[in-house]
Design a protein around this ligand. Structure first.
Ligand SMILES: Nc1ncnc2c1ncn2[C@@H]1O[C@H](COP(=O)(O)OP(=O)(O)OP(=O)(O)O)[C@@H](O)[C@H]1O
Ligand SMILES: [Mg+2]
Length: 248
């Protein structure tokens, strides 16, 4: 999408942004504000509406794009530099040839965000249900908003299964599909699955995902499978994990 130059930006947008600075400056540092401002200037987001969830490392907001944008809402995930776990991030960036471990914290988070963006695109290409990524800047990622009538979707953990055996089979199929495509989510659990419109399960939080060939690939593949099997077993479903035998 074409960038709107600073001079041409409508006064109304600047006013909206200044209002938001007042609200968000207690949460965001000036670098984050700059990234959000850049997304506004690029015509991707118009307003940050409300925080959907605040975790230790990130805050996810619902956002509204400008009129004419091909989505009613977007989700904006902001990683917080101060509270991010760099050792954890470095562990999942190391040995992934697509990215570089950086000693500068801000640059490492940028690699992390880029990794999540690229992993979302990769999974989307494989036909795995994930939010479509729209853009990333610094520590900020913009993706499809998963929800209904403006209300954010619940996680699988919050909602619980509706049809345990069918959902378990479906998720095993998606893990297998990603594996066939040479990718492992590496943080899959009921906490990172959203229950979208019509009960559609959507995989989120893909920053940890790595490609086949990574030294921990097999270990993390088995862990994802174990998390999903265990969760659904407690609801009486049985996961078919026979395909996993001998997989490395
Ligand atoms: N695309 C989205 N649409 C709607 N809600 C979302 C979206 N992405 C994330 N969320 C909400 O934000 C929460 C946190 O997102 P996510 O799992 O990606 O971050 P996280 O890294 O786990 O955050 P934390 O720092 O809490 O561990 C999700 O549980 C979900 O409620
Ligand atoms: Mg998560």
């Amino acid at each position: 999408m074409a960038k709107v130059s600073k001079r041409k930006r409508p006064a109304r947008d600047v006013k909206v942004f200044k209002e938001q600075i007042k609200v968000e400056s207690s949460v965001f540092d000036r670098f984050t504000l700059r990234e959000i401002y850049s997304l506004m200037a690029s015509g991707i987001i118009m307003t940050l509406d409300f925080p959907i969830k605040k975790g230790k490392e990130s805050i996810v907001f619902r956002a509204t794009p400008p009129p004419g944008y091909p989505a009613d809402f977007l989700a904006v995930k902001v990683y917080m530099v101060e509270t991010s776990d760099f050792v954890h991030m470095a562990k999942y960036i190391a040995d992934d040839p697509r990215f570089r471990v950086r000693s500068n914290k801000r640059k490492l988070i940028h690699e992390w965000v880029k990794k999540e963006y690229r992993n979302l695109l990769l999974c989307e290409k494989m036909g795995v249900p994930v939010p479509h990524p729209h853009a990333f800047r610094g520590n900020v990622l913009v993706m499809d908003f998963i929800g209904e009538d403006g209300a954010p979707a619940k996680t699988l953990k919050e909602r619980g299964p509706l049809d345990p055996q069918r959902e378990c089979d479906f998720l095993m199929g998606e893990i297998r599909k990603m594996h066939k495509g040479g990718f492992v989510h590496a943080d899959l659990s009921e906490y990172n699955i959203l229950c979208g419109p019509g009960g559609r399960l959507v995989l989120i939080d893909l920053a940890q995902g790595v490609l086949k060939g990574h030294p921990h690939y097999s270990e993390w593949l088995h862990r994802d499978v174990a998390n999903i099997s265990k969760y659904y077993r407690s609801y009486g479903a049985n996961a078919d994990v026979s395909w996993l035998e001998g997989q490395s």
